[in-house]
Design a protein around this ligand. Structure first.
Ligand code: ATP
Ligand code: PRP
Ligand code: MG
Length: 212
């Protein structure tokens, strides 16, 4: 049995075409079913649905043989015990710094002001501002980061941006792009040895189906 961990939403949706290219059809629809273990047309392949941030944990400890997770999630997790053979190029976005339109970020940086930064991505934020030599107070949030500068909770946020619609809708502006983000295939290292043949076949099929 091969177990693939996916999160609901964009990662599940964008992984379906890759699975299809490998001859695998998922038989349940996570948007209508409450099932967390989904069967596929292959009796020896199943999909488990977990939170996006839990995918690396499931794969690391062997709760799943492989999974799909964003680069953001993998950096925050640390990637320990994970083999990362492929950038699948799906769920593409970028990690950015954003502030209120009326906050002069460049001036604050130049003056050496201490910045209050709210984010779910504390490792990425800490590394980014350390590289710039900017001192920060980090405020850990679990979502709705865009609200933090609007309520006075923080001067800046570090968050994912794709179209920019969420920033615009909340009168925030992107002042720095930290890195490009896309989702990767992650594989449990012990499974790679024990289930070498079927996992290799799956990895190769995914590799051939990656959008260019
Ligand atoms: P949860 O809803 O459980 O808090 P989440 O918000 O982390 O989870 P998703 O929104 O499905 O889960 O994001 C999964 C991954 O998709 C992220 O880790 C990131 O790599 C990528 N992603 C997030 N937002 C976008 C976006 N707007 N456009 C493209 N890719 C995105
Ligand atoms: C993500 C991210 C941003 C938004 C950026 O949220 O956290 O808020 O997308 O995308 P945009 O630049 O295209 O607006 P998501 O859609 O995952 O909602 P969530 O808050 O439920 O995670
Ligand atoms: Mg999200």
């Amino acid at each position: 049995m091969i177990t693939l961990a996916l999160s609901k939403g964009r990662i599940f949706d964008d992984t379906l075409p890759l699975l299809r290219a490998a001859g695998i059809e998922v038989l349940d629809d996570p948007e209508t079913s409450r099932k967390l273990i989904l069967d596929t047309n292959q009796p020896d392949v199943r999909v488990v649905l977990v939170r996006a941030t839990d995918v690396p944990t499931y794969v690391q400890y062997g709760g799943a043989d492989l999974g799909v997770a964003g680069k953001d999630v993998l950096i925050e997790h640390g990637g320990e015990g994970l083999y990362q053979p492929l950038d699948l190029k799906i769920a593409a976005c970028r990690m950015s710094v954003a502030v209120r339109a009326d906050f002069d970020y460049q001036a604050a940086v130049k003056q050496g002001s201490r910045l209050r930064v709210a984010t779910k991505f504390t490792t990425i934020a800490r590394d980014h501002f350390a590289d710039k030599g900017v001192h920060i107070d980090l405020i850990k949030l679990y979502g709705s980061m865009e609200l933090a500068p609007l309520t006075g909770l923080a001067d800046a946020i570090v968050d994912l941006v794709s179209t920019g619609n969420t920033l615009r809708a909340n009168h925030l502006v992107e002042v720095e792009q930290i890195m490009d983000i896309s989702s990767r295939l992650v594989v449990n290292q012990a499974a790679l040895k024990l289930k070498r043949e079927p996992l290799r076949r799956l990895i190769d099929a995914f590799a051939s189906a990656i959008p260019t």
